[in-house]
Design a protein around this ligand. Sequence first.
Ligand code: PHB
Length: 394
Amino acid sequence: MHQTQRTRRTVMRTIAALTLGALVPLSAAQAADKVKVGLMLPATGTFAALGTAITNGFKLYVDEQGGKLAGATVEYATVDDESDPSKATENANRLVTRDRVDVLVGTVHSGVALAMARVAKSRDTTFIVPNAGADDLTGSLCSQNLFRSSFSNWQPAYAMGKAAAERGHKTVVTLTWNYAAGQEAVKGFNQAFTEAGGKVLKDMALPFPNVEFQPFLTEIAALKPDAVYVFFAGGGAAKFVRDYAAAGLKDSVPLYSSGFLTDGTLKAMGGAGEGLITALHYADGLDNPKDKAFRSAYAAKYGMQPDVYAVQGYDAAQILHAGLKAVNGDVKKKAEMRKAMAAARIDSPRGAFTLSPAHNPVQDMYLRKAEGEENKVIGVAAKALADPAAGCAM
Ligand code: PHB
């Protein structure tokens, strides 16, 4: 055969092989090569910094594993949810239907997360919540596909109510943003505070994410409670604490909160947060090796100290990894993967935790005191606290 004919035949055969190869469906081994993660978090608005910290934490863990979890390369699709519940269903659908993510991760705002849960459930997409505390997510909406790496709104609030009563206070006024997280936090605080014999003089609220606190501060001064409990976070929290101090209340009426008030916000408070006591599932100065390693890796990568949101993002990736390990990185084996996620023991910077039957962390609630830019651990307000998971049937 002539040389050019032989070359032409080889080329034809190669083209045919390549074409055939393209038509052959991916084998299981090839399909397991990647996992697509949809990060739906706030990049703008009062919770923007919280979204960044969660993203940083999640990516730090994945990068520590060389960009792969159990052999599957992690790819990301992202959307800024703006902490806007009215856009939540459309945003979640973009990730689940258009981008075809295998796993949905998000978000900060409870109202947005509740809408995401419905989308994830309807498409049977694995959903990991790295912050939003809406009690229903691991309560009446609990589901095989839904996991939380953070907390329920009830958990730190209940622990704070217990600790406030133990500190000898008999009366409180509460103030929060009027949406699921604020309402549930106040409910949890009031439950523990009244169980211990305390009295709630008044519950007050303003629309999310408003920061016109002045009328409420005037009313607190008039009501003269022993203490005040609030739920605020992010940029709004920094503004509230500055206003509380400027109104002259800080020295006369002790202020308590779920620890979000002072996590990641002390710097912006410019000293107004000094000495505040809060309850949360993370603190500065936890003396465990995992936390020390996490904090130095985070500081080295991002040039700043992590906060509770970074921890929750890191642990969301750890929960996913636990699931993928059980299926050799094949995210399509949903049932098996979820079983392993539910059973995982997570070696968290906050201290090791397991998930409750409703898939919410069973965890210690620390008592913390703000010192400089740190929320220093000063005790444990509630040990291994499990959310009651009201209405969860799974
Ligand atoms: C919530 O909406 O559930 C939420 C938002 C910010 C926090 C904590 C909880 O820091």
